[in-house]
Design a protein around this ligand. Structure first.
Ligand code: ARG
Length: 259
């Protein structure tokens, strides 16, 4: 009996390590969430206009989209707040059902998580102080940039030889620029515009973008039926103009990833 218990815990430990390392669990199915009657959504709400906190409530473009999808699937959305670098690991290990955080789909991330089809095409922008001499990407050479930990901005800037200062919270990456700790802040374009607008004219967003960033929602590997259900609802909402309407209501130009 003891031996079996030992074997059982060994198998569990191996399964957990396996899921942690490769995300090779069975995933979350549509039935799983419908049986629970709710869907847990991991998010880092420091990313306006996609997700941010307003009076303790998580609001934004992605919140509106996911709420509508959850309604269509007949489940209650439960938003769980965390730092961005905990979102994908939390989804990969099956702790949360969906990752919603302006997540860019990359080949590397696709090895460890499943994604919906992209619903929006963002870009990586450079934000500098209004009186900065930096006017384009080339001027950034040899400069120090701030980024949020675990983001595509961090990997891009590290891989391209910039001196990178990474911050857990997006607002701290922004504050590093306004307090003069770095020469530039690299962040997704619409977030750059939204947060720069809150800096009383002390910062500006440069016209030249660094990368393109297709946004999608993330799931544990093997969540085929849930991803399929999300894709179906998401595509219907793109086709009937619902997604466009949500972007309009935030005053954000909608850029389709299908071009
Ligand atoms: N799009 C970038 C990425 O996927 C940044 C996302 C940051 N999201 C957030 N909610 N702070 O890496």
């Amino acid at each position: 009996m003891k031996k079996f218990a030992k074997l059982g815990s060994l198998a569990l430990a191996i399964a957990l390590i396996c899921a942690l390392l490769t995300g090779c669990g069975d995933g979350v199915s549509l039935k799983d969430v419908q049986k629970k009657g709710k869907i847990t959504i991991a998010t880092s709400p420091d990313f306006p206009p996609f997700e941010s906190l307003s009076g303790g409530e998580i609001v934004g473009i992605e919140v509106d989209i996911v709420k509508l999808i959850a309604e269509k699937l007949g489940v209650e959305p439960v938003f769980e707040q965390m730092d961005f670098d905990s979102v994908l690991p939390g989804v990969q290990t099956g702790k949360f059902d969906v990752g919603m955080s302006g997540i860019t789909v990359t080949e590397k991330r696709q090895k460890n998580a499943d994604f919906t089809e992209p619903y929006f095409l963002a870009a990586q922008s450079i934000v500098v102080l209004s009186d900065s001499d930096i006017t384009c990407k080339a001027d950034l050479e040899g400069k120090t940039v701030s980024v949020q930990t675990g983001t595509t901005a961090e990997s891009y800037c590290t891989e391209n030889g910039y001196t990178v200062m990474a911050y857990q919270a997006n607002n701290d990456a922004c504050a590093a620029l306004t307090s003069g700790k770095v020469d530039a802040w690299v962040v997704d374009n619409e977030v750059a515009v939204a947060l720069s607008a809150e800096q009383n004219g002390t910062t500006k967003v440069l016209d030249e973008a660094m990368t393109t960033e297709p946004y999608a929602f993330a799931f544990a590997k093997g969540s085929d039926s849930l991803v399929e259900a999300f894709n179906k609802e998401l595509n219907a909402m793109i086709e009937d103009g619902t997604v466009q309407g949500i972007f309009d209501s935030y005053g954000v130009p909608y850029v389709s990833p299908k071009q």
